[in-house]
Design a protein. Structure first.
Length: 366
C-alpha cells in the first residue's frame, strides 16, 4: 500500500512526464512545420487596396508605345542615346569546366562589356552543334552567376537554341570596382543599392542592367543571322527581361519568371526588391503596366509572365489577377502582340521549373 508521500511524489512525476512529452510533441510538430510550411497564398486581392488599374495604363495606341520607349531610352542613356554601334570584346572558344559535357554544345564565346566607373559585364555565348537559328538571351537573378542556371541553359541547347547568358551587375564574374563618389568618398560597389549613389543628371546606373545586352546583341547582329531573338529571365533576371524587352523590339518573345509585380502590389517586404525595382525616376517614364504592354506590343511579339504559386522568395500567389485582364484588353485594342500569365503550382521553390521550361519552349515553337 502506497504512503501519502509516495503518492504525492508519483503524481508529480506523472505530471512532469506528461508536461515534457506534450511539449516535446509540440516542439516536434513545430520543427516539422518548418520544413513543410508553404508560403502564404494570395488570392490576388489582399494587396490591391482598391487600385484603379486602368488609370495606371498610359498606352492606348502606337504613338504612345513609341513615346514611352523613347522616354525610357532617354532616361537610361541620357544624351548618348541607345548604343546602336558599340561592340563588346570577344574571346572565342573558351574553356570553362563548369559547363563541360553539356549536350549539343559546340563552343563557348566570352563577351565582355566595359562601362562607366569601370563596371563590367561578362556574358557567355553558347553555340550549339545543331542549331534552329534562334537565340535565347538567358538572364540570371540576384542569387548569383548564370552558372546557377546551367540546367536551363542546357535545356535550351538540347532544343537546338543558341544561348547568350548574363548575370546581373556586380554578381558572378562581373567585377565590383572601387569608385570615388563626390561628397561621399571611396566605396566598393558590392550591392545594387550602391549603384544609386552614382546617379546624376548626366548618368543613370540603370544602364548597367541593360547596356550589356544591347551591346552584345550588336555583336550578334553583325556576325550572325538569327531568325529570332527571345529572352528568358528568373527573379532579378526576370525583371531585366521585362525592362529590356520594353526598350528593344529586337526581342520578339520574352518570358519573365518570378520577375516583377506592379508597385501597387508590393506592400510585402519580400516583394519590394532592390532599388532598381522601385526607382521612382525610372517608373515615372513607364510604370510596370506600361512595361508589360511595351514588352508585348508589335507584330509577332509576346510577353509571358510565369509566377511560382508557392514561391518562398517573392511574388507568390496570384496577385497578377488584379491586372491580367486589363493588360490583355489593352493589347486587344492595340491589335498587335500578345500578353499572358501562367501560375506554376508544380513545386515550392524560387526557380524556373521543368514544367515552366517546357511551357516556354512550347510557346516559342507555337
Amino acid at each position: 500500500m502506497f504512503k501519502p508521500r509516495s503518492v504525492a511524489i508519483l503524481a508529480v512525476f506523472v505530471f512532469l512526464c506528461g508536461f515534457l512529452i506534450g511539449n516535446s510533441i509540440q516542439y516536434l510538430e513545430y520543427g516539422l512545420a518548418k520544413f513543410i510550411v508553404t508560403p502564404a497564398y494570395d488570392d490576388g486581392k489582399s494587396e490591391n487596396y482598391g487600385t484603379d488599374v486602368d488609370s495606371l495604363i498610359h498606352i492606348g495606341n502606337s504613338t504612345d508605345v513609341a513615346h514611352k520607349r523613347a522616354s525610357l531610352i532617354e532616361f537610361i542613356w541620357k544624351d548618348s542615346g541607345f548604343p546602336t554601334e558599340t561592340l563588346p570584346s570577344i574571346e572565342a572558344n573558351i574553356v570553362d569546366s563548369r559547363f563541360s559535357n553539356m549536350d549539343n554544345l559546340k563552343q563557348i564565346d566570352k563577351i565582355t562589356v566595359n562601362m562607366e566607373h569601370d563596371v563590367n559585364s561578362i556574358a557567355y555565348f553558347f553555340n550549339p552543334k545543331k542549331s534552329n537559328n534562334k537565340l535565347i538571351i538567358y538572364h540570371q537573378g540576384h542569387d548569383g552567376e548564370f552558372v546557377r542556371g546551367r540546367s536551363s541553359i542546357e535545356f535550351f541547347l538540347k532544343n537546338n537554341y543558341s544561348v547568350l547568358a548574363f548575370s546581373m551587375p556586380l554578381l558572378g564574374m562581373n567585377n565590383q570596382p572601387i569608385v570615388e563618389i563626390p561628397d561621399i568618398g571611396k566605396i566598393r560597389l558590392e550591392s545594387h543599392d550602391h549603384l544609386y549613389l552614382l546617379d546624376s543628371d548626366k548618368f543613370s546606373s540603370i544602364k548597367y542592367f541593360v547596356e550589356p545586352i544591347a551591346i552584345s546583341l550588336n555583336y550578334v547582329d553583325k556576325n550572325f543571322d538569327f531568325d529570332s531573338y527571345y529572352m528568358v529571365g528568373i527573379s532579378g533576371g526576370g525583371w531585366t527581361t521585362t525592362l529590356y524587352s520594353a526598350i528593344d523590339p529586337r526581342i520578339t518573345q520574352s518570358y519573365s519568371v518570378a520577375g516583377s509585380l506592379p508597385t501597387y502590389l508590393r506592400s510585402s517586404p519580400e516583394d519590394l526588391g532592390d532599388y532598381e525595382q522601385i526607382l521612382p525616376e525610372l517608373y515615372k517614364n513607364a510604370n510596370y503596366l506600361d512595361l508589360y504592354i511595351l514588352d508585348s506590343y508589335g507584330k509577332d511579339r509576346k510577353h509571358i509572365q510565369i509566377f511560382n504559386k508557392y514561391d518562398p522568395c517573392c511574388f507568390a500567389g496570384d496577385l497578377f489577377t488584379t491586372y491580367e485582364n486589363e493588360i490583355k484588353n489593352t493589347m486587344s485594342k492595340l491589335g498587335l502582340g500578345t500578353f499572358d500569365v501562367y501560375l506554376d503550382d508544380t513545386h515550392r521553390e524560387h526557380k524556373i521549373s521543368e514544367h515552366a521550361l517546357n511551357l516556354i519552349i512550347n510557346n516559342m515553337d507555337s
